[in-house]
Design a protein around this ligand. Structure first.
Ligand code: AGP
Length: 591
């Protein structure tokens, strides 16, 4: 999603901005641009397409500048709609959505102002220009007061060549200070390379960033002090290390992510407050989007099986607009790799307002979700760069299973601690399946559609396998409960339709194999992922991959691995870039 950078200091801004934009490329975007202030003159350069197409602008001189990668919401991807947007003496970059931009635009146009783009963001820079009476910060404040919706904005003013003004409401923004100047970015790693101190802007705050200092202000422009963020730059260094794509590398990092994310909540004083809230928990609602939603679905089976605590799993964008029932004893768990997903944050805020205890499970310290939640559990997957989530799903399962284990202990159920802590090793053992499914890709590469089937936990894994395939290979696919096929979806199965069946639960083997027979009889090619060698040779199975056995409730952490790999290799075979799928963003910071 949109990425913001800024620099002011003793060096040329343009090359730093382009470098910063490259660090934000993983977020997903369709156009990019920069603006620099050179001797009191604003210079803008923007392009549709990749940041690399903007490299020519690195020669611009000037020591203050802002940059942006745009993921289109209002207005098509085009040069005119790319940021920065300019008006009078101002240039602005924006991440978020201005919900009342239609009204604002009407008002501003009725005053004779002319818009050059279709974006909501341009209304903000027009407002700043309208309110400007010589005080840069005050003009930004007055404009911001008129906005509904979410924003992180960074603004340059030709009258103030030594200042950049930032403001934030519900979209991430950080400021870093280093020896050679100050750095602004949408996430810490993009600002941190040359910064020695990092500050995370909170909702409603303003920052005036100069080459000498960074000053923070509250909503009434009262100066405030701010604590530095704790950040270990070394830990966050990401490189391909010989891999062709981050996605493939991140699949190999699954065992470590799972190991680092498993917790003994009941036995470790560090998690005392979480343990205490679990003691009071009567029911759980999990709110999340996409892959994180699927990890919630998979975890529901484990929590209910191990601890007998009822779990409802809700798509966050649905939860936030329904009237959810939050009873006494409800724990809402908001799961989000980035901690910046707008719908998940909104659902979490609603849950809190309704009286739920709110636990965030996220991979990113200082993310917006951590500031909303009462309690936070960090998954320790390390930075995930590929848009398609892989290791973060497994890490989320590890965290959620740890919660299941603690709840089981509290409720005096048989916990299965040994089986849980065996998972990292089993994750290592499942890695050979990554290369094993590579041979399947010729059967998928030209498929019109693909179906993933399973029951129970295997159905949860099927949903994630299907999401992975569609998001990076662009092949329509569906994850389906095996027993439900004959109620409609079976009509879509034809000669050679690939169907992936996941079978990891002993008592359901024959039940799922019934569905396998049904699709086989209609011409489907069946690809099996199972931990039961005895069913691999059946005539209805075209090809199979054997995964290690584990406690059934935990099996998605293993069965998802060949599914992730299948989508990766199919995307490659179709000539797609698996790390940067079209239309998608890593961090969905708008609704
Ligand atoms: C997964 O491959 C997708 N990139 C997407 O579904 C993602 O999981 C979703 O947008 C939620 O993101 P989050 O975990 O950062 O909240």
């Amino acid at each position: 999603m949109c990425g913001i950078v800024g620099y002011i200091g003793s060096e040329k801004a343009a090359p730093k901005l382009i470098d910063g934009l490259k660090k934000l490329e993983y977020r997903g975007y369709d156009s990019a641009g920069i603006a620099v202030l050179d001797g009191g003159v604003l210079r803008l350069e923007k392009r549709c397409g990749m940041v690399s197409e903007l490299e020519y602008a690195a020669c611009l001189s000037g020591n203050a500048g802002i940059g942006h990668t745009r993921w289109a919401t209002h207005g098509v991807p085009s040069q005119a709609n790319a940021h920065p947007h300019a008006c009078g003496k101002f240039a602005l970059v924006h991440n978020g959505i201005i919900e009342n931009y239609g009204d604002l635009r009407e008002e501003l146009e009725s005053e004779g102002r002319v818009f050059l783009s279709d974006t909501d963001s341009e209304a903000v820079v027009q407002l700043i220009d309208k309110y400007y009476e010589g005080d840069f910060l005050r003009a930004v404040k007055r404009a911001v007061e008129r906005l509904s919706g979410s924003f992180a904005i960074v603004v340059l003013c030709a009258d103030f060549p030594h200042e950049i003004v930032c403001a934030r409401r519900r979209s991430p923004l950080v400021v870093g200070r280093g020896k050679k100047g100050a750095y602004i970015a949408s996430d810490i790693p993009a600002a941190a390379e040359s910064a020695e101190e990092i500050y995370v802007l909170s909702d409603g705050e303003f920052a005036v960033v100069s080459d000498r200092e960074v000053a923070f202000y509250d909503g009434d422009l009262r100066r405030k002090t701010k604590k530095k963020a704790e950040y270990d730059r070394q830990k966050d260094i990401v490189a391909l290390n010989g891999y062709r794509h981050f996605m493939r590398k991140e699949i190999d990092e699954i065992p470590l992510s799972v190991r680092n994310s498993l917790l003994k909540i009941a036995e470790n004083n560090e998690y005392r407050n979480i343990y205490e809230v679990l003691c009071l928990t009567e029911q759980i609602q999990i709110v999340a989007c996409g892959t994180a939603y699927h990890s919630g679905l998979a975890a529901k089976y484990a929590i209910e099986a191990l601890a007998r605590v009822p779990v409802e799993v809700c798509v966050a964008s649905e939860y936030r607009y329904r009237n959810p029932v939050v009873k006494r004893g409800t724990l809402v768990i908001a799961v989000s790799q980035s901690g910046e997903t707008a719908d998940t944050i909104a659902a979490a805020e609603l849950a809190k307002k309704l009286g739920a205890a709110l636990l965030a499970v996220t991979n990113v310290p200082y993310s917006s979700l951590t500031t909303v939640a009462d309690y936070v559990l960090f998954t320790v997957a390390g930075r995930e760069i590929a848009v398609a989530a892989t290791k973060s799903y497994n890490a989320q399962l590890a965290s959620l299973y740890s919660i299941a284990l603690a709840l089981a202990k509290i409720r005096r159920q048989r916990a299965g601690k040994k089986t849980l802590f065996a998972l990292p090793n089993l994750c290592k053992k499942v890695l050979p399946s990554v290369e094993a499914v590579r041979g399947w890709t010729p059967h998928f590469v030209g498929a019109e559609s693909v179906y993933f089937i399973g029951r129970g936990v295997d159905y949860a894994a099927a949903l994630e396998g299907s999401l992975k395939l569609k998001e990076i290979s662009y092949i329509p696919s569906e994850g389906y409960p095996a027993g439900e096929l004959k109620h409609g979806t079976l009509a879509l199965v034809r000669e050679n339709t690939p169907v992936v069946a996941i079978v990891t639960q002993r008592r359901l083997v024959e039940k799922t194999m019934n569905a396998v027979n049904e699709v086989y009889s209609r011409g489907a090619k069946v690809f099996l992922i199972t931990c039961f060698p005895e069913i691999c040779g059946r005539k209805e199975v075209f090809s199979s991959v054997l995964i290690p056995k584990c406690r059934e409730a935990f099996s998605p952490v293993l069965s998802v691995v060949p599914l992730q790999a299948l989508s990766y290799y199919t995307a490659l075979a179709r000539g797609n870039d698996p790390d940067k799928p079209r239309n998608l963003a890593k961090s969905v910071t708008v609704e």
